[in-house]
Design a protein around this ligand. Sequence first.
Ligand SMILES: [Zn+2]
Length: 495
Amino acid sequence: MLDETNELVKTFRRIRQNLQLSSTPNLRLRIFGIKSRNRQYDLPTSSDNGGLKRITSLNPKFEALHFPLLFPYGEDGFHPQISYNISFCPPSMRRKFVTQREYYAFRLQYRIGEGHTLVKSGKALQHYCVDAFSTIELNRLAFLRTHQKDLRSEVYQGEKLGRIIIPSSYTGGPRYMQQLYHDAMATCQHYGNPDLFITFTLKPMVVCRVFHMKLTKLIDEFKRESYFGKTIATEIPDPHVDPEGYTAVVKFMLHGPCGIDNPKSPCMKDGKCSKFFPKAFSNETSFDKFGNVVYRRRNSGVHVKKGKVMLDNRYVVPYNRNLLVRAQAHINVEICHKGGLVKYLFKYITKGPDRQSSVKNILKNPRAGKTHLTAWFQLNRQDPDARKLTYAQIPGSYTWDEEYNEWTLRTRGFAIGRIAYVPPGSSDVFFLRLLLTKVQGATSFNNLRTVRGELCSTYEKACEKLGLLSDSSGNINFKHAKSDKEHLYFNAHVL
Ligand SMILES: [Zn+2]
């Protein structure tokens, strides 16, 4: 079939015939791409060794060559010069061409009047999605590599030279994760440490949109109903007393079988269950010597057969009965006993916009024009109530007026403020930020570094004088912290 329909196949066959005839020994086939329109997609082609050559993922024929059966006619795939249909574009759209992400997002939909070859191709579709994801990532990273100078380099000055900086706007990058961590710390500072740690998992065949719908509904219910009085359970309910709960626990909340019974279980690492199942029986809920919770798991005699293995209370993942029955999904609920657990929270978050009203732009150029920061100084000069707050606390009681560039009293809603993270190597900016998290009611830059009536020559000296560079015991000291990790530790304990 491909011989008849696919122009690429036809061309390759023709070239092969000609080579076999060997009338033209120097024959070559070149597949031309589309000339790149800007540097974002300007990727190098590789392996110029005279034989076969690679083509870039931006070549319009890339997809057709990679997935001949999905594109039986050798159709064009993505290339950097696909124009928008102007009549469908909102006026705010400034770009002229479709981005790679938009192209793939368009491709992966059912549409009336179009063939569904791609979306119904099973495993080939999964392969296609993974390839699409990797090529988008590849191009994003290539963009960052070629646009290092455009990044806010002054903020990164303290970082080692020669390294490629991946900014926090890059989802999943180290700075992105760091921002999430600081968001979490800011949230904890305001609300206190979390009480429960809940993970919500569905089977992989459930598509993202359905998961999102379920999650939104769940969070909605959290807000309206009180699930969490006393009930975290780690035992299989009695089927005669609570058949509904029993069915749900058996279906969703039993770990394993793993260990000797099933050495191939995904939880197995080095011959042991990495989640430490089966747990020991225990008659009471208590804490072990490391401060971890040991849940009550009585030897009640209730058994459940999974495959050939009998599972009992030692295999139950902690759950909340009503929540589980309502949502019909694997929802693990654990007691969150220490603030230290917060650092695990952001490990689980892979997507989503910054939920805090973060105070932007302030450190970009504090002296240029009227910024959030200088407007704060002004506010402090006029409003005695504002003087009781630090800069980071301002968004809780005031909102930013875009039109007049000033802080006005908040009439509704609530926000937690957090000042953009600055690495310690950024010297003065780092200390300025430190002061802003502690000093209330400053009225100018000079006022900010005036401690007990004395104007300090630098922000660092002001921090030192205020005792911000070590904790009360003197054990954690900023000057002794050398690595990024130690600085994070410093931030978590002193700030
Ligand atoms: Zn296991």
